[in-house]
Ligand binder design. Sequence first.
Ligand SMILES: NC(=O)c1ccc[n+]([C@@H]2O[C@H](COP(=O)([O-])OP(=O)(O)OC[C@H]3O[C@@H](n4cnc5c(N)ncnc54)[C@H](O)[C@@H]3O)[C@@H](O)[C@H]2O)c1
Length: 355
Amino acid sequence: MQQAYYKPATPYHIFSIGAGGIVKDAHLPAYQLAGYAVKGIYDIDNRKAQALAKSFDIQDVYESLDAIIATANKNTIFDIALPASAIIEVLQKIPTGAAVLLQKPMGSTLAEAKEIVALVESKKFIAAVNFQLRYAPCIIAAKNIMDTQNFGTITDIEVAVNVHTPWSLWTFLQSAPRLEILYHSIHYIDLIRNVLGNPLSVYAKTIKHPAQPALASVKSNIIMDYGNAVGVSIKTNHCHDYGNTHQDAFIKIEGTNGAIKINLGLLKNYPVGEADRFEYIIKELGTQASWKQMDIEGSWFPHAFIGSMAEIMKTLDGVIITPDNNVQDVLATMACVEAAYQSSAQGGVSIQDLL
Ligand SMILES: NC(=O)c1ccc[n+]([C@@H]2O[C@H](COP(=O)([O-])OP(=O)(O)OC[C@H]3O[C@@H](n4cnc5c(N)ncnc54)[C@H](O)[C@@H]3O)[C@@H](O)[C@H]2O)c1
């Protein structure tokens, strides 16, 4: 299955604020694929900005935030890809009315997320957050099957990740007070909200691993409560340091008449990755249903990043009123994350009290 990328009516100029790993591995490759022009780049570490400008043929490298902001015009989109803790300070300097794409998470806490939403509203930004799993080619294919085939209503969504994630690749995570849910499971939480809407509540337990004592919690079990008819669970173990044989990562969606299983190969043997696999089954009256495999062009990284940027461009073009991943919408994703951490801290029903 092939995706058509959004072609903007106006040639927008993307200005990247941040030249870290995600910009190198996903933003810039995605924009190259889609033909979106990146005109300028800035990072507090100028060498990183210089290196990416060279690799991706970016016209201007800026030496300060003020300098990159000063060059902006009505066709500029600021693409902010910084540690969450740096977002508010940078947003305060962005001119009123600007178009802004923020990397996830939207701040380090729900309180920061609310501050970001207030800032976006007071400065009248056209703003979206890069929760791009919603736009991954495999998710677009799954939504297409659910919308156009006899899939029925969703009864179950399961996300299961059993991999070895080298957290040391991200220096800013080494001291982050919150890690796994805020920086990884947040993608699944956002996707599930995007498909099912807001849950009634969230239960979670997120824990550390003895091999990484300095890190915050790195493994999570999360239940999103959608009442008595839909089961939703996210289970992540990033500490499976036992080779590739049993590494696994999938999203499974079951309906009353069909099911979809997406294997996220890119999370296995990270960062090398493996091929993704997309399978689905639809029951047909009078025949023996069987699983089918579908070839999907593109993967979560980098292809999904085109979708996040396209939402801003579509809004600027007047094709949609607001980005689907707008800050007000994703505030609920941040609320689910907060609920998960609070649930984990509160704990479950004590057995001792029942004996
Ligand atoms: N799937 C995803 O959407 C995804 C994946 C990875 C990372 N991220 C997010 O992207 C953000 C950056 O992650 P990364 O992997 O690129 O990290 P990184 O550590 O590789 O890069 C961060 C960059 O920001 C720069 N920086 C820090 N503060 C700055 C400031 N005030 N002004 C200018 N530059 C500044 C650093 O010098 C560094 O180059 C994080 O919030 C992370 O959650 C998202």
